[in-house]
Write a protein that binds this ligand. Structure first.
Ligand SMILES: Nc1ncnc2c1ncn2[C@@H]1O[C@H](COP(=O)(O)OP(=O)(O)OP(=O)(O)O)[C@@H](O)[C@H]1O
Length: 435
């Protein structure tokens, strides 16, 4: 590695540190990714997903892996260098991108992604941080989670960045498809217009809820993603919250852009266009007519400021014991010790049945109720089915004087909630018995 002179650190990812460096032989600037894992045998590296995928790719919109160096049981990837990533560009941006700029970025990303899919891989972790930019050129990077299409389901669960995660992955489907990448593209496309993530979920459940609030309920005739999931969504209520109009959320997008985002963000993966179909969409072939000009670029910002997703906590890491459920849910809402303390203190005087709601700002009149139910509360008792049930409801309740904190309000469980839920997330063992 003496051939490369490290100039500065560029990033510290989950797999490795990335540095800007100079190739002393050619004077070229490169990016060096030093993997955190140690490698004793040279052969180990050939099995790495990133190496397997990148060795097969050769496309102007996919980052080039120039060389792999193994030294003292450490592995270094030498990449072509890019100036910044799309997350940094969005964060620093003071006014929205023009539709022309967005089209230019998205066209390249889709061309790169089409190549990835044609080469038999899907990326699985598309997000603005993994799209690298130099001037007007954008390239897909970080193939650490890439998977071969030829590998057979069931696929293992994986942790990609929550905000760009497709519903079928959130529901732990075991046979998801490259359509998971198309969902991420839809979320990134929306974000390029608004400069803020469209679904900034604070936990996996909140992620699904935020998707639901904007897209509404999936059409039961087309909704097939429940079939192989270890989690399941049940839409069992009477009250239906209509989908929000994407053109209200993204007022600076043309009708063509809205249509493409709508298609990409389909609940049903089979309804999302693939990369080539997306490139054929009128969004890439029309003169743009933007319906609303924006006097203040920040008027279009959604309530959540651009930040990184917080700590990931999985609900299935917590057991069926009510205290365990309560702790799990509390952490899943907001992993803050001080909030947790308040919740626990408040819960002491309120008996076993609790619910609390998140601070979803856009729907302050429609709080999220997360109820904790044991099976016998449903009139069903089956020890084998003891597990955790969650429901989101839009029932209005008056606070009754229990402590309020930023991010939480507390109310005792009221019977009418049991009769008017509209969305339930259940564990595999509880099917058919939730609410
Ligand atoms: N070729 C490159 N040129 C310039 N910067 C790069 C390059 N590759 C990576 N980076 C920077 O380093 C960051 C981390 O890189 P990368 O995503 O490959 O690492 P990782 O360990 O796989 O991260 P993650 O935690 O997202 O999986 C990127 O977001 C980017 O800002």
């Amino acid at each position: 590695m003496e051939r490369y002179k490290i100039l500065k650190e560029l990033g510290d990812g989950s797999c490795g540190h990335v540095y800007k460096a100079r190739d002393m032989r050619t004077s070229e600037i490169v990016a060096v990714k030093r993997l955190k894992r140690k490698f004793c045998f040279w052969e180990e590296y050939t099995n790495l997903r990133e190496v397997k995928a990148l060795r097969k790719m050769n496309h102007p919109n996919i980052i080039k892996l120039r060389e792999v160096v193994k030294e003292n049981n450490e592995l270094f990837f030498i990449f072509e260098y890019m100036d910044c990533n799309l997350y940094q560009l969005i964060k620093e941006r003071e006014k929205p991108f023009s539709e022309e700029e967005i089209r230019c970025f998205m066209k390249q990303v889709l061309q790169g992604l089409s190549h990835v899919h044609k080469k038999g891989f899907f990326h699985r972790d598309l997000k603005p941080e993994n799209l690298l930019v130099t001037n007007d050129v954008i390239k897909i990077a970080d193939f650490g989670l890439a998977r071969e299409l030829s590998s057979m389901p069931p696929y293992t669960q994986y942790v990609s960045t929550r905000w760009y995660r497709a519903p079928e992955v959130l529901l732990q489907s075991l046979c998801y498809t490259p359509a998971v990448d198309m969902w991420a593209i839809g979320a990134i496309l929306a974000e390029l217009f608004t400069l803020t993530p469209i679904f900034p979920g604070e936990s996996e459940i909140d992620q699904l809820y935020k998707i639901y609030c904007i897209l509404g309920m999936p059409d039961s005739t087309c909704f097939t993603i429940g079939a192989n999931n270890s989690r399941r969504l049940d839409f069992v209520g009477h009250e239906v919250v209509p989908p929000m109009k994407l053109s209200d959320i993204i007022p600076n997008a043309s009708t063509e852009a809205i249509d493409l985002i709508t298609q990409l963000l389909s609940w049903d993966p089979s309804r999302r266009p693939d990369a080539d179909q997306s490139l054929q969409h009128p969004f890439f072939h029309v003169d743009t007519r933007v319906p609303h000009s924006l006097s203040d670029p920040f008027e279009l910002k959604l309530s959540n400021k651009r930040a990184k997703p917080n700590l990931e906590l999985k609900l299935h890491d917590f057991g069926p014991d009510p205290d365990d459920c309560f702790l799990g849910l509390t952490l899943a809402v907001k992993p803050s010790v001080s909030n947790l303390d308040v919740v626990q203190n408040a819960s002491r005087g309120m008996g076993k049945n609790m619910l609390f709601c998140s601070d979803f700002n856009d729907h302050s009149d429609q709080p999220v109720f997360w109820t904790l139910l044991s099976p016998d509360q449903n009139g069903v008792h089956n020890p084998a089915e003891t597990s955790l049930s969650l429901s989101f409801g839009s029932v209005q309740h008056q606070p009754i004087g229990v402590p309020q904190t930023t991010g939480f309000s507390f109310q005792p469980l009221q019977p009418n909630i049991l009769t008017t839920p509209f969305l339930t997330l259940s564990s595999p063992y509880q099917r058919g018995h939730c609410l």
